[in-house]
Each structure stands twice: as C-alpha cells, then as structure tokens.
Design a binder for this molecule. Sequence first.
Ligand code: ASP
Length: 403
Amino acid sequence: MGIFFSKNKLILGIITGVILGGIVGSYFPSIGVKSQIIGDLFLNALKMIVLPLIIVSITLSIMKVGNLGSIGLKTIIYYVITTSISVAIGIFVVTAINPGVGNEAFTGNLPDFVKSKEGFSITDVLKQISTPNLFKSAYEFQILPLIIASILFGIAFGKMGKENQLIIDFFELSDKAIMKIVHWIIALTPIGIFGLIAGKIGAAGGGAEVLNIAMQLGKYVTSVIIGLFIHGFIILPLILLLFGKRNPIEYFKSMSEALLTAFSTASSSATLPLTMKNVIEDAKVSPKVGKFVLPLGATMNMDGTALYEAVAVIFIAQSYGIDLSVAELILVFITASLAAVGAAGIPEAGLITMVLVLQAVGLPIEGIGLILAIDWLLDRFRTTINVWGDSIGAAVIDNIEKT
Ligand code: ASP
C-alpha cells in the first residue's frame, strides 16, 4: 500500500488525476501547459530513484539467486517468445488493414534527435551492452551497461562465502531505504500524473486538436491500437494464465498504478519503481525474481514497441506505394524485434531505433515524418503494453522457478 493512502484510494486518485488532466489540457490548454512543471517534478523524482533502484535490486537478487544461468536463460526465452509474437501480430494487423494504401506520402520535418541517428545500425544496439565509463552511462541514463555491471558485482559478491553477509546486509538495508523513498514518491502520483497529462494535451493545442491529428491518421492509429489490444488483452493474459498460473484480472488490478503511470509518462524506466512495487508488494511475486526480471525487462523487453515499429514501418512503405516482399517482411520482423531491444525505456525512443528497421528494407528515414505528429500519443499505449509484458514476465518466471 501507499505510504499515505490505501491502494484503492491511490488508484482512485490516479484516475482522477488522469481525468482532470485530460479536461484541463483539452479545454484550458494554456493552464495545461503551465501544469507541466508539476509533472516534470514528479518525473524527475521517479528518474532520480531509478538508477539506485536498478543497481541495488539487481546486485542483491543476483547475490541471492547465486545461479544466474537458470533464471537468466528463462527470462531471455520469455522475452524472445513474447516479443516475436507481438511483432507477428503487428505485421498481421497492418497487412490486413493496409492503413497506408492510398495515403499520401510526404516528406515531413524530422526532429534533430532522429536526424542525428541516420545510419543507426545493429552495431549501435550491440555497443549499448558495454561502456568504458559507468558514470557517463549513468549520466546519460543508459541503463544496460549498469545492469551488466550490477550482474557482475552480484556474481562476485555471491562468491565471497562468509564475508558476504556484511555486503548482503548493506544491500538489503539500501533496498529497504530505496523502497521507502519509492513509496513517498508514489504518494505524489495522482498530482504528478495530472501535470503530465494536462501539460502534454495542452502543448498539443488542446483535446480537439489531438483528436483532429488522430483522425487524420485514423487507420494507422487504429492498426497500432488493435495490435496492442490483441497482444495486451488476449495473448499476454493467456500466457499469464497458462505459464504464470495467475488470474489475469486480479493481476491487472494489482498492476494498475504502474500501468497508469506508464501511460502518463511514456517511459518504462521512469515507471520501474511503481512496476516493482506492484509486482513484488501487491501481486506477491518473489522479490528474488522481480528484482532481476523487472529492471532487465524495462530496458530490453518491449513488446509494445516491437509491434509498433513493425506497424509503423509497413505503414510508411504502403504510403510510399512500396509493396514489401515476404523476405522483406521477415527482415522487418527481425529488425523490429532488435529495435525494441535497443530502444531505451524513455519517451519516443522507439522512433530512433526505427531508423534501423527502415534502413533494413531500404526505406527513407524521412518516412518517420509521416507518423511523427501522433507518435507522442501512441508512445503512451505501447509503453503501457511494454510494462504489462514485463510484469507478466516476472509472474511467469516466478512460477517456473517455483515448480
Ligand atoms: N517509450 C517507450 C518505453 O519507455 C519506448 C518507445 O517505444 O519509445 O517503453
């Protein structure tokens, strides 16, 4: 439970924050824009705690698990299978709806953060694994090298026999302190989310303007949302039921704070503190598993992003009047999965790694201009599915570890 509110009151508070944020952003955009500062303060608080949370959780869980091989392998297998299913759903939906056929392609203005990534390749994804400077990675919010360093320290501490009690005590106390701070931050979620939603809709020019843009790209938006819906509400719950042996509705309820925060922040990494709290404290997944699987998932396992990248790239191809062959669709399948692994858990990171998919099938990166206007909104839906996929992964691995 939250430190100041019971879980139900907190969820009610968050839903109120979402609704009020939507109303203020839609009808009073200038007040919405001013409210952004509240959202930014909340987001900064979450981001501030994320790095210590990841380092301490992973080191502690590896020290205790001892045998990383078993849990690590199962986690990776879960990621590969669920990501592949989601991309396949994306390809299926977009080729059935054909949102880009007859759509007029234009060359939009690309934002600098995408332009500077021209030439982004698989090598760049691989390079994210290691770093010569952990502080630089932390400063740049590159989480993967920090995870790998934490795994290495966890293994090393785990091998220290009797001496390691001191270090276990240290990490356990740090973990408790971090979770206390997480609870304090979580108590601010309703107001933080209000600021984020009001600010974003306000900056987009109000509700009518958002609706207008969404309608212009209506078929594309519908394809992404239908794909995410099938994966999030049919496939993942089935996986949870069959392999996690849990009731999906109950699990969904336990995860509600994290899912609403993912929707509001569009960042799986910033949502991680809430994901951990919901999975471990509310859904009672064993901390040993949750503390390893969730931070890794927030960085590497992005079902929503993978599905979205496939839909977006095929939509762009269709808009340019290009019919992709089966071999090219397979290439989209592989690169979209990799692009999702390579995307950071931050807003619109998927747009950057999409360059990799576009280039693999020879499409111009300017095609991203076609989907830019609505990306911030779709980002929220895909991030929610990313976090949902991570949390189901934790329940599935937990169940498999127990049996
Ligand atoms: N915003 C997404 C996340 O944090 C990544 C993306 O698809 O842009 O999970």
